[in-house]
Design a protein around this ligand. Structure first.
Ligand SMILES: [Zn+2]
Ligand SMILES: [Zn+2]
Length: 344
């Protein structure tokens, strides 16, 4: 089969490799779509200790079941399924308590397990048993289904801030995740949704996030947010960019007893940031983080997509065949598009 093989930092080649053998408990899919995630670019450029070379990465996957290993009853040949990233080990206390994304083993599709930048993908028994795999409803296209994974991560963010309808939301960062968070805020009943980015280019597509307010200039962001929220600040701020500055700023923008969510991680090499603990203290702020998602959230994401509550399709700006994956990576890296999908 054809696959995009990462054999070291900055080394990506499309090669013909042997098709992995289906084993008991496993499932083989023909990959229809695999969207590129920012984390795929990070693996390609800076590596990840969970990815061993040669590797096939990509975790925003949809496809059709073409082979079934002995003992699998959950799927049958011809099923259309979507995969997420984080795979609970199924054994540890985190996983047993529904917190598979916090598992110490941190297993993930496209990391320890083969990913979707290939014509076929063998889904290993542990992933079949515990992983984020859901059936794709007829009304959802294969490309849309591949984006259930990033949407699941957004749902996790809303759970971490214990979001309730009627709260105001500010999303900092208008990349694909920022736009999805903004759409999700609307879908979950936010009173006001604001979207901010200091890069005007990024705001070209702001309408996809369906915000009530798009805020462009960074100079008077605090003032502008105060004006919009009648001086109270925002109930929930999502920081959907890899910026320590934005994380610091979020504490100035959030309302009393409001929540901030550090959705985007900072680079491994970034220094720790100093934040105002007195803001947290006097404003009684909830500072939360979120990373990844659980199989349940993946399922919820698919439900929201099927019900057209969230339009993930609007985020897809580019489509490429597997042969042109290097060009596709470049589009994502240079931020020349939103979601870029590989259709092998
Ligand atoms: Zn992803
Ligand atoms: Zn675990």
């Amino acid at each position: 089969m054809k696959a995009a093989i990462i054999s070291g930092l900055n080394s990506l080649d499309v090669k013909t490799v042997p098709v992995p053998q289906t084993e008991p408990g496993s499932v083989m899919i023909k990959v229809h779509s695999c969207a590129i995630c920012g984390s795929d670019i990070r693996i390609f450029r800076t590596g990840n200790h969970r990815v061993k070379y040669p590797a096939i990465i990509g975790h925003e996957i949809s496809g059709e079941v073409i082979e079934i290993g002995e003992g699998v009853s959950r799927f049958k040949i011809g099923d259309k399924i979507a995969l997420g990233a984080d795979v609970p080990c199924g054994q540890c206390s985190w996983c047993l308590n529904g917190m598979g994304n916090c598992c110490d083993e941190n297993y993930a599709v496209g990391y320890q397990f083969q990913g979707g930048f290939a014509e076929k993908c063998l889904i290993k028994p542990m992933v079949v048993q515990y992983g984020p795999i859901c059936h794709i409803p007829d009304r959802v296209s294969m490309e849309q289904a591949s984006l259930a994974e990033p949407l699941a991560c957004c749902i996790n963010g809303f759970e971490r801030v214990e979001f309730k309808a009627g709260k105001s939301v500010l999303v900092i960062g208008a990349g694909p995740i920022g736009l999805l968070l903004s759409q999700t805020a609307r879908a979950f009943g936010s009173s006001i949704t604001m979207l901010y980015d200091n890069d005007p280019q990024r705001l070209k597509n702001s309408h996809i996030g369906r915000p009530d307010y798009v805020i462009e200039s960074s100079a008077d962001l605090i003032k502008e947010v105060q004006e919009i929220t009648a001086g109270k600040g925002v109930d929930v701020v999502f920081v959907a960019c890899a910026s320590g500055q934005a994380q610091k700023l979020s504490l100035k923008l959030v309302a009393k007893r409001g929540s901030v969510n550090f959705f985007g991680g900072l680079a491994k090499t970034a220094d720790d940031i100093a934040i105002s603990s007195n803001d947290i203290h006097y404003k009684e702020i909830y500072v939360t983080g979120s990373h990844g998602s659980t199989p349940v959230q993946h399922e919820q994401a698919m439900t929201l997509i099927a019900a057209s509550r969230i339009d993930v399709g609007q985020l897809i700006t580019h489509r490429y065949s597997l042969d042109d994956i290097a060009e596709a990576f470049e589009i994502v890296e240079k931020r020349n598009g939103l979601k870029v999908v590989i259709n092998p």
